[in-house]
Ligand binder design. Structure first.
Ligand code: NAP
Length: 497
């Protein structure tokens, strides 16, 4: 008998969604292990100034648990953390959670037909093993911070802070601050830092597409309407999700059919830049030279105007090296720096796919197998050779632009899969090789429509691409297709025993 029927790794929205689905089916022996000291995933870990969601909150939330009381159209970080806490309380998930537990790896025990999971406490403490009949990784896509491989970065003598490990005690006021990186995180952070810094230098390697953000405080009266008439908030969700699907998802994933939409999104971003930045040379530097959507675009009304400020420098010559006192650019300019902010994103392909060591049937290591033989997962959820294992952060799993689209499609997959397991009186499931292979072939075929294959993406580095340069993160279909597929996939694709 295993210690737990179900073991979920990660207490963010993905792990909580999985637990909600399984509890709906009547499973009670569920353990959720989390390395952090509280729940909420990204929204617990990230605390940098300006942290907010850049997908409207009517869409960035569980559809079955709307929050009528969002204060802003785009919720700020602490509000999302409170929403996560509300969900954990309402769905009685806290009693399943253990914090400060780092999962190192898991090995399938063929004789016992369960997973043997190795854990150790964060900080001091002994390694332990525990067993679970079903194992699920819900470790997020953006959870392993990436430090830049720049010469001398270890030698910097001032304050260094990565955005995902924000140091609230760092003294920023009046300081000479340097930010490396101009991704979605930096776009939120830079305007806030510029207001506090004596001087801010932004080291941009690749400009990002930025479109306007229709942000506003949601009036109390509207919150009351959302609460009293939930259909109004559902309607707002539908309209907002349709807009995102058209402008962002279709324009990127159906590039072949919707080039005009893609060009429209790029034109919108360029007009935004023209309106907001006065200096033509700065505008030129901020204009991407790759197709819209090759890397994740972002939304902001504050980012571009920051570069009009006298205390902000945009440096695009590239970084030569870092010294104990600052940064030297490739053109030989030296910048003295007090605080070095690394907005350099996350490492997905070396340390996060999967985030722990997973050893399946016949000693097969999932991470090594993916890296050596290519990335695949049936419907972005299960992999042949790994029985009773669900990987929620898999290749081709990300549908739509809001993470909640992905989460809810995966919740439905779990409900169908575990429902079938129960009704057949089975204890073991495994996706069959042909089904896993056929899904990969389908994804590769659909990839041909995307901006990644048809646009001009050569100069766009992104976590969307593996180390080999393949865009395997996003499911190259519409969100509607993902929702339809999860209702219709053939349960005989699984072997039940
Ligand atoms: P990111 O998009 O991966 O951006 C990292 C930045 O660091 C890039 O500009 C990159 O330049 C630069 N960089 C990395 N290594 C470098 C080096 N060695 N030298 C110089 N520059 C270097 O990471 P992120 O901004 O943290 O965003 C990650 C994702 O988080 C977003 O795409 C989004 O999905 C999510 N996010 C979401 C929200 C939200 O509100 N929903 C907010 C923030 C973030 P290159 O482009 O040249 O590689």
């Amino acid at each position: 008998m295993a210690d737990h029927e179900i073991l979920i790794i990660g207490a963010g929205f993905g792990g909580m969604g999985a637990a909600i689905s399984l509890r709906r089916l009547g499973y009670e022996s569920i353990a959720i292990l989390e390395r952090e000291d509280d729940l909420g995933g990204t929204w617990h870990v990230n605390r940098y100034p300006g942290l907010a969601v850049d997908i409207a909150s009517v869409t960035y939330s569980y559809s079955f648990e709307p929050n009528p009381y969002w204060k802003h159209w785009f919720a700020r970080g602490p509000e999302l953390k409170r929403y996560a806490e509300h969900v954990a309380d309402k769905y009685d998930l806290r009693r399943h959670m253990e914090f400060g537990v780092l999962v190192e790896g898991a090995r399938w025990d063929e004789d016992e037909q369960h997973w043997v999971v190795t854990t150790r406490p964060v900080g001091k403490g002994r390694r332990k093993t525990r067993t679970a009949r079903y194992l699920m990784t819900a470790t997020g896509f953006l959870s392993q911070p990436k430090l830049p491989d720049i010469e001398g970065v270890q030698d910097f003598a001032g304050t260094v802070v990565h955005t995902a490990q924000w140091d609230d005690s760092a003294d920023l006021d009046g300081k000479r601050i340097a930010v490396i990186g101009t991704g979605a995180t930096a776009v939120q952070l830079i305007p806030k830092l510029a207001k506090r810094a004596g001087h801010l230098t932004v080291f941009q390697r690749t400009p990002i597409w930025v479109t306007p953000k229709a942000d506003f405080r949601i009036p109390g009266a509207v919150q009351k309407v959302f609460a009293a008439q939930p259909w109004t908030q559902r309607a707002a969700r539908t309209v907002n999700s349709a807009w995102l699907e058209g402008m962002m998802v279709t324009a990127v994933l159906h590039y072949k059919q919707a080039k005009a939409l893609n060009a429209g999104a790029a034109a919108l971003a360029k007009a935004h830049l023209r309106r907001q930045v006065k200096d033509p040379e700065t505008r030129r530097k901020l204009t991407p030279d790759y197709s819209f959507g090759c890397k994740r675009p972002t939304f902001s009304n504050e980012y571009y105007p920051t570069f009009n400020r006298p205390n902000v420098t945009l440096e695009t010559a590239g970084i030569s090296h870092i010294t104990p006192s600052g940064i030297v650019s490739r053109d030989g300019t030296s910048y003295d720096v007090d605080v070095l902010v690394l907005a350099t994103g996350f490492n997905l392909w070396d340390t996060n796919f999967p985030a722990i060591e997973v050893i399946g049937r016949d000693g097969k290591d999932l991470g090594k197998s993916w890296r050596t033989h290519g990335y695949h997962a049936f419907e972005g959820v299960t992999v042949a050779g790994y029985p009773n294992f669900v990987s929620l952060n898999s290749p081709y799993s990300y549908s739509g632009l809001s993470y909640f689209m992905t989460i809810e499609v995966q919740m439905r997959h779990l409900e169908r899969l575990f429902g079938a397991l129960r009704s057949r009186g089975s204890r073991t499931f495994e996706i069959t090789e042909p089904a896993d292979r056929a899904f990969l072939d389908h994804m590769l075929e659909r990839m041909d429509d995307t901006v990644f294959n048809r646009g001009s993406c050569a100069t766009a580095r992104s976590y969307y691409y593996t180390n080999e340069g393949d865009a395997v993160l996003l499911r190259p279909t519409s969100s509607a297709n993902a929702r339809k597929a999860v209702e219709e996939f053939d349960l005989e694709a699984y072997a039940f025993a």
